[in-house]
Ligand binder design. Structure first.
Ligand code: NAP
Length: 455
């Protein structure tokens, strides 16, 4: 096998990417060197740009990523987009293996009339905006109407509802962008209506997130007791359900029993309703809903409809993977076809040297920690392939550097990212905030020491 390390490219620096890097660099025989390639100038994916800013404990997982980045053999290549700056085939040619961990880049759609009216947003765009994602800072959310609607019963829906409900005091110690803090503080929103197409037992959210709604300083949580009356099948489902589902229901029953305290905002949770149309003349003015009943666990519309006035709608019905360059892709599942993380070609056979991990491997489910097991499984197969001689060693690092250099790509190295990190933390410190994020591409590149004309 020899001493020469295998050079691996991991594409995407979110949790799945970092856990894959960690597993590779922890291996002593054979040894690996890893280039972590990232489209943005900053690492950590949804830990930086998706996790809600008022959840600093969840964001703290980035310390584990920082530790991985200090391991010998690690390089960060930020501001490098596969398909634009370097092609899939070039990665295949120059690395022993490529691990794709680029996540789910877009959102699922509802497929209803009015979905594209101004004011009807994917929740993912709102999340990226308040978290300082440089592609989303130009967006303007009109939060002046007294009702905002959030569609979906997952944790992202709860993040969006909660962020809209935070008080200035709750927002201030977070790393929410200044523009978002200003907009949320100034919002006219009084009710945030969260809609589930199925019942409370079938909701996808988790108990910690449901429970913390009840602790918001500036918002009551409103649940109608009649919405918690379960049909016989849901009763049975609850009986057999995981403890997390039971705790969700306990929280909801508690909310239904609580008298509202007249806080300035309210989060209202409703169940068994689906949007059928977003209505409005040139912008969102209302949403039309249909009442559902559960049949074999599925939401089936009844004839009962209602129109609810609102000024903004966030559809929070899940993320969706998108294809990349010439990498195999299954349009049905919106994932890279794979077996345990080995990428499969059209005929179903593994493509030597090609792997995937995280949401693009299994779909947009699970919590951050889920990606550790997922990435470790992928790396175990990569190791097996290296040991059985399936992998070449890959070109010297200077070859890829030469390619990127010749194309004028301004690569943000680990040092460059650390300079961004320091600049953001230093700006936040005097204001008692973890960081003030740089939200513009050019200011990020400048902070990384990469001044100069954009390509
Ligand atoms: P999710 O958990 O898959 O939830 C999607 C929700 O949208 C479900 O309630 C689903 O209902 C609903 N939905 C789907 N299509 C719909 C439609 N056409 N009409 C109405 N409702 C529809 O997705 P997510 O909230 O985007 O979260 C993604 C992942 O990140 C999850 O694993 C989540 O737990 C995780 N996450 C975790 C945290 C945290 O730990 N704090 C925070 C954010 C995200 P059905 O069940 O009926 O399909």
């Amino acid at each position: 096998m020899g001493d020469r390390p295998y050079r691996v490219a991991v594409v995407g620096s979110g949790p799945a990417g970092f856990y894959a890097v960690g597993a590779l660099l922890a291996c002593e025989e054979p040894r690996f060197e890893v280039d972590l390639i990232e489209r943005l100038p900053t690492p950590w994916g949804l830990v930086r740009l998706g996790v809600a800013p008022d959840h600093p404990n969840i964001k703290a997982v980035s310390r584990a990523f920082e530790k991985i980045a200090r391991a010998p053999g690690f390089r960060f290549l930020g501001n490098v987009e596969v398909g634009r700056d370097i092609r899939h085939q070039e990665l295949v040619d120059h690395y022993a293996a490529v691990v794709y961990a680029f996540g789910a880049q877009t959102d699922r759609r509802l497929g209803i009339p009015g979905e594209d009216l101004p004011g009807c947003w994917p929740a993912t765009a709102f999340v990226a905006w308040y978290n300082g994602h440089p592609d989303f800072q130009g967006l303007e959310f009109d939060l002046s109407h007294e009702r905002a609607v959030v569609i979906g019963n997952g944790n992202v829906a709860l993040d969006v509802a909660r962020m809209l409900a935070l008080t200035p005091e709750e927002l201030e110690p977070t790393d929410t962008t200044d523009a978002a803090i200003e907009a949320i503080n100034a919002a006219g929103v009084e009710e945030i209506l969260v809609l589930g197409r199925r019942g409370p037992v079938q909701a996808a959210w988790t108990p910690v997130e449901v429970g913390e709604l009840g602790e918001l300083a500036g918002a009551d949580v409103l649940v109608d007791a009649s919405d918690l009356r379960l049909d016989a099948a849901s009763e049975r489902e609850l009986e057999a359900a995981a403890p997390t589902v039971k705790r969700n229901i306990e929280h909801l029953r508690d909310y239904a029993a609580r008298p509202p305290l007249g806080k300035p905002r309210a989060i209202r949770l409703r169940f068994l309703v689906s949007p059928v149309a977003v209505l409005g003349d040139g912008k969102v003015e209302a949403i039309e809903l249909v009442r559902n009943e559960l049949v074999d666990g599925r939401a089936v519309p009844t004839g009962e409809r209602e129109i609810v006035p609102c000024g903004v709608v966030f559809r929070s019905v899940g993320y969706r993977g998108t294809p990349l360059d010439d990498v195999p892709f299954d349009p049905e599942s919106c994932t890279v076809p794979n077996s345990g993380g080995r990428v499969l070609a059209d005929g179903g056979e593994p493509v030597p040297g090609l792997y995937c991990a995280g949401w693009i491997k299994r779909g947009p489910t699970g919590v951050i920690g889920t990606n550790k097991k997922d990435a470790t499984e992928t790396v175990a197969l990569l190791l097996e392939d290296a040991r059985s001689g399936v992998l070449a060693h890959g070109s010297d690092a200077s070859v890829v550097d030469g390619l990127l250099g010749a194309r004028g790509v301004r690569v943000v190295t680990q040092e460059g990212w650390e300079a961004i990190d320091l600049a953001e933390r230093s700006a936040g410190e005097p204001r008692g905030r973890p960081r003030l994020k740089l939200g513009e591409w050019e200011s990020l590149l400048a902070a990384a020491g990469l001044d100069g004309a954009p390509r």
